[in-house]
Write a protein that binds this ligand. Structure first.
Ligand code: SF4
Ligand code: SF4
Length: 194
C-alpha cells in the first residue's frame, strides 16, 4: 500500500488549509525577536530581544489570538509575505517550503515531538532577552537568529518538483514579527515570527 505523502510535500503553501498552515510553525520563536533595519542601507540585523508578548520559556505567543490588540504591528504571514520576507530565519518552515525544501528532522511534524525544536538548538529558549529588561536593542544585536544551528544537522534537501498543484491563494494567519520592522535606524522591528 502506498505511503501517504505529507501535506507539506504534496501542496503549495497557497493551497494549504488554515490548520495545515498553522501546524507548519515549529514554535521556535525566532520570528518574535526584534530586528533592526538601517534606513539608509536597508541592512537587517537580528537581536536577541523578544517581543513583549513572547513567553520566552515556551517560545509561544502569550495571547496569539488577540496579539494584534497588544502588538498592532505583529505581521500576519501569508504565502506572498513569506516569499518576500528577508527577516524569516533560515530554519523557519514557511521559508524552507517557499524555497522548495523539505522539513528537517527536528520539525514537530516530522519528529512528532514539540521538544525537538528546542533540543536541536533552533528555538530561542534560554537565549532570548525580555523586552522590559533589554534597554537599548542595539546592545543585543546577534547573528545566531539568522543562522542554521550546528545541532540541527544539515539543512533539508530540496523537494522533488513540481509539487501537486493546489487551490488558489488563501488568506492565512500566522504571526510574524518584525518584518514590518524597518523603521528608523536602530529601532526595533516587531519580529516576524514565530
Ligand atoms: S511577534 Fe506577534 S506572535 Fe510573536 S509574540 Fe509578539 S505578538 Fe505574539
Ligand atoms: S513562523 Fe516564527 S516561530 Fe514559526 S517556524 Fe517560522 S520563525 Fe519559527
Amino acid at each position: 500500500m502506498p505511503v501517504p505523502v505529507p501535506f507539506w510535500r504534496a501542496k503549495t503553501l497557497a493551497a494549504m488549509t488554515r490548520a495545515e498552515w498553522e501546524s507548519l510553525c515549529d514554535g521556535c520563536g525566532r520570528c518574535c525577536l526584534h530586528k533592526l533595519r538601517d534606513e539608509e542601507t536597508d541592512a537587517l540585523a537580528f537581536t536577541e530581544v523578544a517581543c513583549r508578548l513572547l513567553d520566552i520559556a515556551s517560545c509561544r505567543c502569550a495571547d496569539y489570538e488577540r496579539r494584534r490588540r497588544w502588538v498592532p504591528d505583529c505581521v500576519k504571514l501569508t504565502p506572498r509575505r513569506v516569499a518576500a520576507a528577508d527577516w524569516l530565519p533560515p530554519t523557519c518552515a514557511y521559508r524552507l517550503l517557499a524555497e522548495g525544501k523539505d522539513l528537517p528532522w527536528w520539525h514537530p511534524l516530522v519528529s512528532g515531538d514539540p521538544e525537538t525544536v528546542h533540543r536541536a538548538g533552533v528555538s530561542v529558549r534560554g537565549r532570548a532577552v525580555r523586552e522590559r529588561d533589554a534597554g537599548a536593542f542595539e546592545d543585543h544585536v546577534a547573528a545566531w537568529p539568522g543562522r542554521w544551528p550546528r545541532r540541527a544537522g544539515p539543512p533539508p534537501p530540496a523537494l522533488p518538483r513540481p509539487r501537486a498543484a493546489g487551490a488558489g491563494p488563501r488568506t492565512v494567519v500566522r504571526r510574524v514579527p518584525a518584518a514590518a520592522a524597518a523603521r528608523a535606524p536602530g529601532r526595533g522591528a516587531r519580529n516576524g515570527t514565530a
